[in-house]
Design a protein around this ligand. Sequence first.
Ligand SMILES: *Cc1c(COP(=O)(O)O)cnc(C)c1O
Length: 365
Amino acid sequence: MNNHVTVLEIDGNAILHNLNYFKKKLNPETKILAVVKAFGYGSDAVQIAKLLKNKVDYFAVAYTNEGIALREADIKTPILVLHPQIQNLQSILDYKLEPNLYSFKLFKAFLKLADNITLKNYPIHIKFNTGLNRLGFSHKDIPKIITTLKETTQIKVQSLFSHLAASEDLKEKDFTINQISNFKQAAQQFYKYLDYEPMLHLLNTSGVVNYPQAQFNMVRIGIGLYGFGNDEEETNQLKNTHNLKSIISQIHSINPGETVGYNRAFVAKQQTKTATIPIGHADGLSRKLGNKKGIVLINNQKATIIGNVCMDMIMVDITKIECVEGDEVIIFNNQEMIQNISDTSETITYETLTQISHRVHKILK
Ligand SMILES: *Cc1c(COP(=O)(O)O)cnc(C)c1O
């Protein structure tokens, strides 16, 4: 039972709003895969999956254990495991997860397991590397993949997919168009030699926004569900889903010359009132937010973080704020605050969201 007073409220209606926003953008027949890896971008994958299970066609997770957690919560929707390892393949079968087979080594290991238990048409996915150079087969591997597939009835290719390297960056448009065309060629080669047509999918959130002509049969939406589009204008159309809150544990009155926190990083120049808040770098707040770089909201007023961010706490300046111990503290409750925290932490919103640690209590509202 998690009773940490620092909570992440996940706004279920906002997630549904964001899903519908993308649905409206897409062709009506395009399927949607909701990406719930990394605990649903730092929230709670099980609660997100329960919310979305009848509204999307697929879920994707990065690692096998993330898929197992969904199955254990009785999620029956197909689950694509984007980055399985040979060591995980038995669990993938046990939990009816669908592996991305991205290399011959993995492919062969899976077929070997399948041989032992005689499967029929077990759904697998094949990933092509079209330029990201992260995971996936290359074009020259296609004939060998097809030969291997023709020798077995144990597995069936549910989809062929690839991933764009710079879908958010229109300066890389030529590169991206080339990736799209590489993917099309690979798919055509497959379709020519297989007697069935696996689904095709390529786009992530910013791909949907910038390259809707490449939506194929399905799109894979992650960050968009959680409130962030390709640019500010688009993000404004989306609703914020992650609200991070805490409370004031203790208030101190600091005399001029006294210091606050580790290494005595804050030195009071005048009489200063401080509030201690139970959230620190172990909860996902970067140390870069310390020493007056970051702010939180207390009773609608900005309170600056003073001194160093501790593992479990921050101290903020409340000299000019009317507040008492136990009052609510908002770390962020809109996309602008999340963006500001990301900028100050020298990172991107993906990292700010996924950094929110396991210690924080997650509540779907
Ligand atoms: C994480 C991921 C996505 C989702 O990307 P967003 O930018 O969050 O929409 C899609 N596809 C793959 C392969 C991924 O790893």
